[in-house]
Every structure is written in C-alpha cells, then in structure tokens.
Design a binder for this molecule. Structure first.
Ligand code: PMP
Length: 429
C-alpha cells in the first residue's frame, strides 16, 4: 500500500504539495509523538502538523471531546451561529488570555486557516483606522492569500512597508544582541517619523513574537516593548501573529507574555483547534467598529474544532504545559548547543520553549560560514531514516526546526536528540 499510495499521489497531485516531497511516508495511525506508516515503520513526529499538535496526535482528551459532539446529535455545520460548543470554547479561550488583554477583548471566528485570520485582522485595522499601509518585518510569514478580497470588489491593495526584524546570528550589520535590536527599533522610528520616508499611513504593525517559518528567530523582549511603545505613540494598532507561537509552545501560554506587551490584535490558529482547523482574531473592543458581514467565511463554525480546541486549551492550562515546554525546551537547547560545540556545521542553535531551530552552515567555506541548505536537507533525510520527522525553515531553508508536542516526556526528548545527533553525524560525512 505504502509504495502504491506514494506513486499515485506523486502522479496525480500538484507539484505544490510540499511536505510529501521531503517526507515520503504514509501515516495510517498516530498517538502522541508517534506516527505509524503504511509500511509498518514508526516515526517520532517533531513537525507536529507544523506546530499544530500541542498535545501530540490523537490525545485522549481531544478524541473524547470530538466524540462527545458527534454523539450529542448537535449539528456539525452551523455557519457562525451561537452554540454551546462555541460558548465553551470562547470561555476557555478568554481564560487563557493575559487578563489585561482579556478584559477589553472581543473574539472573531475567522477560520479555517491562520491565513484567514490574518486577512480578517488586516481588514479590521484598515476599517478601524481608515488607513491602508501595513508595517511588517523582514523574514516574516503570515500566510498565502493575495487577491480574493480584491477580486470581490473589496478593499484596495495593502501597501506594505518591511522593517528590520532583529536577529543576532548573521545580523546584516554584524551587531546583534540588545544593541542591534535597539538600532533596528531606532531605524523603524526614524523611518516612521520621516515625512519624506514614503511610508504609507499604517493601519497596523504585524509581527511574530518568534518568527517560525523565517527560521525560528525569537524577537528580543526589549525590542518587542519598543515596538509597542513606537506603535502606541503613533496610534498604530499592533497585531501579534501567534498562529505558531500560541498555546504554550514558547514556554508561556501566549508568546507576548514573555515581554509583557499587550497587543491590540492577536491572530490565533493551529493549536487552538486541537488538530482541527480553527482560526480566530482577538482584539481590543475599541477596534470593533465594522459592520456585520464586513468579513464573512463559510467555515467559521467548525464545531469539532471548537470542542477539540477547548479541550486542548484547558489541558495545557490545567497541566501547566507551557512551564513544562519552557523547562524541557531550555534543556534541549542546552544539549543542542553542546552538540554544536563538536559539530562546526551547526552555525547556530536558538529558540524559545519547544520551538527550536538548528541552523546548518558550510564551515569549510570562507568565513562567515554560509547557510547550507543541502546539508540541512541531508540531515532531514537522515533523521527520517532513523524514524525522526523534522521540518526545515529559514531564509535559505538551512534551519532544522523542532516543534515536538508539549506532552513530550524526558525519555522521548532524549530519543529525539539521540536520533538527531546520529543523523547529523551521518549527513556530515
Ligand atoms: N502566521 C504564522 C506565524 C504561521 O506560522 C502560519 C503558518 N505556518 C500562518 C500565519 C498561516 O497559517 P495557515 O497555514 O493555517 O494559513
């Protein structure tokens, strides 16, 4: 079955299929960290549905929540009508939000994907501010849509200004650290205040507290506080895209909690649906000035996702899995840094909580060592041969990303790192 399925899909499916090209497996069963393929092989899954599976695959509390809805006779498709399931999800979501933010927050169901919620956030801030500019950052990833709204006679194009996102490793100015982040903030300030800077009046600034697809780059807390200051001083709403960083992943329930900033809008998806499609924005009530129907969507009422999501949020909260992610993540980061000391092909190890990136470089080349996407691909394949699923990211796809479930045990973490170390040694040769 395994070979046949892979062959037929390769023939029939668009070349746009991404994961299937680098991960030729056919999952048929899964539980927790483990996926079983049609070929009978078992894999430790550190891709976790691109960071979606906070509790791993098929967690019993998630399955129970889904079954309960199925057995209750409740309708599965209700557009965006109020239901007991939605009520329970909303209550649980608000219980997890930073209290200062929750007090004045409204939620809007956008679904099914994170991209939809990003679009909703952009429409919201454009309506609220009457401006059409958008401030975003180098290396950012917010989704894949362009044009659906424009094709429907909707809003004009968003005019984006890209600002410098600070990073230490390979900092283009060779500075990095606190000073580099502060210079990036000043650069942003100067540009916004320059009447000849050519920046279209911004409806919002959108940022990821930790860039995920961009190569697992945590934003310094001080820089995030500066972005909050800069936007507040200029009445620019701040949108935190927590699609990937949310639900305990980075060691706090929401990643904005590390810096203590209160954004105006939070974009949430992935883990909030407990492995099913769900996306929402949560935003300050003052922004809630748009008309019913101003942002629609057929699949905003996924009852199974809301039930699975509520169960996941409650489980992460009650079992303090964010703290667990912080502890385990710090330990794994330390162990990977130890590995880096013996492997010059590891240029950098970074991350926050259980969102970890290992950047691979060609140490033989002239300094500074350039990113090595070929080696990264080889490491990914060697990992797969050893039953470990990892994903690549970063500007040159040279960053191996580890996004294990927050339920990872100490033993599983050790097994993941053992296999990774073996794979690295094999790929290096
Ligand atoms: N924002 C961020 C930060 C993401 O990581 C992603 C997906 N990787 C998205 C938005 C888009 O989400 P989706 O793929 O569900 O549309």
């Amino acid at each position: 079955a395994h070979e046949g399925i892979l062959r037929r899909q390769a023939l029939r499916e668009s070349a746009a299929r991404t994961y299937a090209r680098s991960l030729p497996i056919v999952p048929v069963r899964a539980r927790g960290l483990t996926i079983e393929g049609a070929d009978g092989r078992r894999y430790l899954d550190c891709l976790s549905g691109a960071g979606t599976l906070a509790l791993g695959h098929n967690h019993p509390v998630v399955l129970d929540a889904i079954r309960k809805v199925l057995d209750s006779g409740a309708p599965l498709h209700v557009l965006d009508l109020a239901t007991p399931v939605k009520d329970a999800f909303t209550t649980e979501l608000f219980a997890t939000l930073p209290p200062r933010f929750a007090r004045h927050a409204r939620v809007q169901f956008c679904g099914p994907a994170g991209t939809d919620a990003v679009e909703a956030a952009l429409t919201l801030v454009r309506t609220a501010t009457g401006r059409s500019g958008l401030l975003s950052f180098t290396g950012a990833y917010h989704g894949m849509t362009a044009g659906a709204l424009a094709a429907s006679g909707g809003a004009p194009d968003v005019r984006v200004t890209r600002l410098p996102y600070p990073y230490d490793y390979r900092c283009p100015f060779g500075i990095g650290g606190e000073r580099g982040a502060e210079l990036a903030a000043r650069w942003t300030e100067n540009l916004l205040d320059d009447p000849k800077g050519g920046v279209p009046a911004p409806a919002a600034m959108i940022l990821e507290p930790v860039q995920g697809e961009g190569g697992v780059i945590p934003a310094p807390d001080a820089w995030l506080r500066r972005m909050r200051e800069i936007t507040t001083a200029r009445s620019i709403p701040l949108i935190a895209d927590e699609v990937q960083t949310g639900v305990g992943r980075t060691g706090t329930f929401w990643a904005v909690e590390h810096s203590g900033i209160t954004p105006d809008v939070m974009v949430l998806s992935k883990a909030i649906g407990g492995s099913l499609p769900l996306a929402v924005i949560v935003y300050h009530e003052d922004l809630d000035c748009w008309q019913p129907g101003a942002h629609a969507g057929t699949f905003r009422g996924n009852q199974l996702a809301m039930a699975a999501g509520a169960a996941t949020l409650a489980y992460v909260r009650e079992n303090r899995l964010a703290e667990r992610a912080a502890l385990l993540g710090a330990r794994m980061l330390g162990q990977l840094q130890g590995l880096a000391a013996n492997h010059p092909c590891i240029g950098d190890v970074r991350g926050r909580g259980l969102m970890i990136g290992v950047e691979l470089v060609s140490p033989e080349a002239d300094a500074p060592a350039p990113p090595d996407p070929v080696l990264a691909r080889a490491v990914q394949q060697e990992c797969l041969r050893r039953g470990l699923i990892v994903e690549l990211g970063g500007r040159q796809s040279a960053v191996v990303r580890l996004l294990p479930p927050l339920t990872l045990t100490d033993e599983q973490a050790a097994a993941v790192l053992d296999r990774f170390a073996d794979a690295l040694a094999a790929a290096e040769r």
